[in-house]
Design a binder for this molecule. Structure first.
Ligand SMILES: *[C@@H]1O[C@H](CO)[C@@H](O)[C@H](O)[C@H]1NC(C)=O
Ligand SMILES: *[C@@H]1O[C@H](CO)[C@@H](O)[C@H](O)[C@H]1NC(C)=O
Ligand SMILES: *[C@@H]1O[C@H](CO)[C@@H](O)[C@H](O)[C@H]1NC(C)=O
Ligand SMILES: *[C@@H]1O[C@H](CO)[C@@H](O)[C@H](O)[C@H]1NC(C)=O
Ligand SMILES: *[C@@H]1O[C@H](CO)[C@@H](O)[C@H](O)[C@H]1NC(C)=O
Length: 333
């Protein structure tokens, strides 16, 4: 009879253990966030994400600031204390899924899924069957792994780790160190601004590395009859065999390399920015391309600061040949 209280105590312990296990199961999405890749048959659902091997980047579903029931499929810089904040700040988002370079963001919901399907396709679907997006792969080759690298690139890989699709070739408004921009590497060779820092809708400004070799900043590209009337800055490096590549390096320099191999500066950052700093180059919502930097370590809320800008005069004196100024309502000038 004396054993009964102990037996009961044991049951209580068991119940507590079950409760703890259930609680941990609810926390599973966070625990699973530590994986570096998705393989065939895996599915990623909001608000889950995967991380790069060193943990510095995350790729997955991020809620919209204006409507937390909607999500973007995005890549962002990840910081040690991110688990404590509900959202990475919008400035730390360096890529998000769009239908096309000039098109709108793909907006997912709580019922959306990123899948590598049984037949090797990378897809975002909603409510089971509604396809929101599907990766275009060369000659529709099948892929088997989606991996996020320590450079911040998301790659969909097929047999023999051949790259079938990658986020670096489909940039939005941001370049990371080591990410080239050219019309042959990234279809369109475009960075397109967002509407505002926290609004991921398509903005009015773009940086184009054109097939003719010219690097041009445009306002309202594709809405005017003549592209040239909407340009407000250009390298004027066009020619019959243009093959210009814009590169961003880990010191914060934004350069362009011409077909002849010569390297020229677009943005020379102020001050020295060593390996303890994160860097990004962005076509900002006001039409100025800026390099932004912040300490690598520190909280997710540490602000990014501007280290350089193109045009260098801040764009305030620029007008296009159709006489549009850059300093309208809502600009930073
Ligand atoms: C995917 O993750 C597994 C397990 O962490 C790892 O062994 C494998 O190398 C990764 N594959 C790629 C392509 O990153
Ligand atoms: C998260 O917040 C808790 C409570 O405020 C704090 O004790 C902890 O140190 C924080 N963790 C990080 C990584 O900042
Ligand atoms: C996506 O993956 C989930 C889980 O594996 C599966 O139930 C669902 O059918 C998949 N969706 C597609 C479109 O393959
Ligand atoms: C264009 O430039 C890139 C990088 O400099 C080079 O890899 C590529 O072969 C060039 N293409 C042509 C057609 O010259
Ligand atoms: C970019 O240009 C700067 C100065 O013009 C140079 O120091 C730097 O090495 C260049 N970066 C690359 C990757 O060529």
């Amino acid at each position: 009879m004396a054993a009964l209280p102990r037996f009961r105590f044991g049951l209580l312990r068991l119940a507590t253990l079950v409760a703890v296990l259930v609680q941990q199961a609810r926390l599973l999405p966070v625990a699973m966030a530590q994986t570096n890749n998705l393989t065939a048959g895996d599915a990623l659902t909001p608000p889950r994400y995967i991380t790069s091997p060193s943990g510095g980047f995350a790729f997955g579903f991020r809620a919209l600031d204006s409507d937390p029931t909607k999500f973007l499929l995005a890549t962002w810089f990840r910081f040690a204390d991110d688990a404590n904040s509900s959202q990475p700040q919008p400035q730390s988002v360096l890529w998000f899924l769009k239908k096309t370079a000039m098109g709108t963001a793909v907006v997912a919901t709580a019922t959306s899924v990123l899948n590598i399907t049984g037949d090797g396709r990378l897809k975002v679907t909603d409510r089971g069957d509604q396809e929101l997006w599907s990766a275009l792969t060369p000659s529709m080759q099948r892929g088997s792994v989606l991996a996020l690298s320590d450079s911040g690139n998301v790659q969909f890989l097929g047999d023999g780790d051949i790259v079938l699709w990658e986020s670096f070739r489909n940039p939005t408004d941001t370049l990371l160190p080591g990410q080239p921009l050219s019309s042959s590497y990234s279809p369109g060779g475009l960075l397109v601004s967002k509407r505002t820092d926290a609004e991921f809708a398509t903005g009015r400004f773009s940086l184009a590395v054109q097939p003719d070799g010219n690097v041009v900043l445009y306002i309202d590209l594709f809405t005017a009859d003549y592209r040239t009337t909407n340009a407000y800055w250009a390298t004027r490096t066009y020619g019959p065999n243009g093959n210009t590549t814009v590169t961003f390096d880990n010191q914060g320099f934004l350069n362009y390399t011409l077909r002849d191999g010569s390297v020229h500066g677009l943005i020379l950052p102020k001050g020295s920015n060593g390996g303890n700093y994160l860097q990004l180059a962005r076509m900002d919502p006001d039409g100025i391309v800026r390099t932004h930097t912040r300490p690598r370590y520190g909280s997710g809320g540490t602000p990014w600061t501007v280290s350089g800008a193109l045009p260098g005069d801040g764009g305030c004196n620029r007008v296009t040949s159709s006489k549009q100024g850059l300093c309208g309502p809502g600009s930073y000038c």
